[in-house]
Write a protein of this length. Sequence first.
Length: 312
Amino acid sequence: MTAGRAARVATRRAGIVPVALAVGGALLLAGCGDQTDGASGGSGGGSGKLNSMLPDKIRSAGVIKVGTDAAYKPMEYKEGAEIVGLDPDLAEAMGKKLGVRFEFTNGTFDGLITSMQTGRFDMIMSSMTDTKDRQEGLDDKGKKAGKGVDFVDYLSAGSSILVKKGNPEKIESVDQMCGKKVATQRGTTSHEILKAQTKKCVKDGKKKIDIEPYNTDDEARVRLKTGGVVADISDFPVAANAAKSGADFEVVGEQMQSAPYGMAVSKDNKKLRDALKAAMNAIIEDGSYKRALEKWGVQDGGLKKATINAGD
């Protein structure tokens, strides 16, 4: 998720992952890290009007606690102990408008929503795709499993196919993956695309895709690099960055299922949701949003304005 997982266009790290909402969150929380690895934003300053939109608790603390899975370059990843990338840069710009600091804490992607709902974070900013299932708190079978979340949408992204340089298997679409081993990050839109395609393979009388889901996209790419799978499906920004950063991979085919990335907040935290939307629109208007997207090469996923719950 152009840059637009709307490109994860990079999670679409981003995808449905309604299972992250399941009650019985102990399993989902099991993989979450608990350390604060980095922080973005600035305390003090900002627009008095925007600062006044924030919940009193956050205004008093001067900090917005953010859950993320910092393994999704260029969106969010770790350099030493610091979490860097497009999302932290956007958060820093928004922090200047709001007069607060955004503090990022690393966790496992498919446990982020549950962690936020239990009060560990104020919000999630992790290349998470805005979907109706996540908004409504539905699990992967369409059953109610949680309260759901609201999204402030800030980038358009989709899923892309990453293959080894030279594309030895001549793969251009998921239709060619029946009977083959393919890697992806667990609990993402890309994972859901593969699960849907493998059902289609079986329906068409072909062998199912041997899907290898990993906790991080980095692990999926290692598997691809060693030849264990024929492709890795991930959000466009992540796939494009992997192809650009070395001589091991290339992106093939068309982007799939473009959708908005959103900052997720609890349904009962509308003041924070509306403040985030106002801050995002403020950095779009002053040009800092565009500069951040250009810095990370994802400008094709840029939006003209922030929206709320625009995902399907």
